[in-house]
Design a protein around this ligand. Sequence first.
Ligand SMILES: NC(=O)C1=CN([C@@H]2O[C@H](COP(=O)(O)OP(=O)(O)OC[C@H]3O[C@@H](n4cnc5c(N)ncnc54)[C@H](OP(=O)(O)O)[C@@H]3O)[C@@H](O)[C@H]2O)C=CC1
Ligand SMILES: O=C(O)CCC(=O)C(=O)O
Length: 449
Amino acid sequence: MFKNDYLARVYAQVEARNPNEPEFLQAVREVLESLQTLVEKHPEYEKNGVLERMVEPERFIQFRVSWVDDAGKVQVNRGYRVQFNSAIGPYKGGLRLHPSVNASVIKFLGFEQTFKNSLTGLPMGGGKGGSDFDPKGKSDAEIMRFCQSFMTELSKHIGQFTDVPAGDIGVGGREIGYMYGQYKRLRNEFTGVLTGKGLNWGGSLARTEATGYGLCYFTQEALQCMRSDSFEGKTVVISGSGNVAIYACQKATELGAKVVAMSDSTGYVYDPNGIDLDLMKDIKEVRRARIVEYANAKESATFTEGCKGIWTIPCDIALPCATQNELDGESAKALVANGCTVVCEGANMPSTPEAIEIFLANNVLYGPAKAANAGGVATSGLEMSQNSLRLSWTFEEVDERLKGIMKGIFHAAYDASVACDAPGNLMVGANVAGFIKVADSMIAQGIAY
Ligand SMILES: NC(=O)C1=CN([C@@H]2O[C@H](COP(=O)(O)OP(=O)(O)OC[C@H]3O[C@@H](n4cnc5c(N)ncnc54)[C@H](OP(=O)(O)O)[C@@H]3O)[C@@H](O)[C@H]2O)C=CC1
Ligand SMILES: O=C(O)CCC(=O)C(=O)O
């Protein structure tokens, strides 16, 4: 509930304008609720209509993506790009290819991205895009034709100084390659218009690993500063088995933890001996197969259908790395009852508001997505820097910078939580710390920019 009239008014307007967009409303409500103390101390935000402007995307583009499947049949999907906020830099954020993609999902992601990018300390505004195209079961040739058609329209709206997309669910190195090739064909320019590029053509070392590694660096710093503890000896459960989940598993294991479960949209595998990451990578990154294959290949592992059950596995640390609202109140209660004391989010908005309430009420160290998973976009920012410099840094150099950025994000969120009378509440802290830089830049740039 809003104790502040200004925030209540802004939220009521967002609700009225976006009535069928539950994910977007959820993301906006969380941020506005976190800003109560700040806006009371800073009347300039209301005076300059900052919040009214911040909740409305600068631009929302929706377009037809037609392509021809392997049987010669015409298919039509819907493409999106939201250019949410450019106050502190060019729009920046991933592209998602998944049948669940719609305006609400794209807008919640773009809204969150604005604060996340601000937290990295790098000059990047917020954007996001994608399509309801389902890559599952499509041939390479179909993926290529879809990506080319998608980029034919998207290319009119992006550019290295305007908007720099990257990967998200369903978009990895293969898709970025097809899209980059099409952009180059259309524009005849070799620029850093996308990140997550291949290493031979302008990509950055460590971008593939960055979101998962960054999640663990953030969690490790939070554990150390708030609990005098670490990953060492901990049992970890990770949902998902895509880019973020795989590299979170790798880094958590390197830091001394045992990851005992991972999932995909069909179900989860439990391996009390610890996930065999080489096997998981072969199944997911090479064969693009279902996770049941892990249990088929590994005697120590079991497969259970359905995604939710993964949160009933006893663990010390839970890292949700699949998708939005995958962890609800019931799952949060199960985690707490089984002794879980740390939840840090690799996915965007994976915990429902009920789940977050349960974590906070039970003193769970809760690391919200826009802080904890910012390592991916931060390293995309480092890819942009390298492209501008016409240089490539070593893996170690990028990884060191990533580590520094993740530690910095934890401290910015923690310090802001203290300043807002909510010490240790990293959700409030991340929202406030991310907000201030964007809000002050919007004021500095005037209203009609
Ligand atoms: N890639 C990046 O750099 C960043 C990603 N993120 C966020 O991390 C999350 C994962 O992204 P990423 O690893 O890149 O994506 P991938 O496509 O590589 O993997 C996604 C994983 O999540 C599972 N998943 C996706 N949708 C659902 C669903 N509706 N229900 C259950 N499981 C689902 C997938 O299972 P299946 O294969 O069966 O669909 C897969 O295991 C997303 O929330 C994304 O926005 C955040 C910051 C940066
Ligand atoms: O690397 C990027 O630009 C975007 C990463 C992303 O989509 C995210 O942070 O959610």
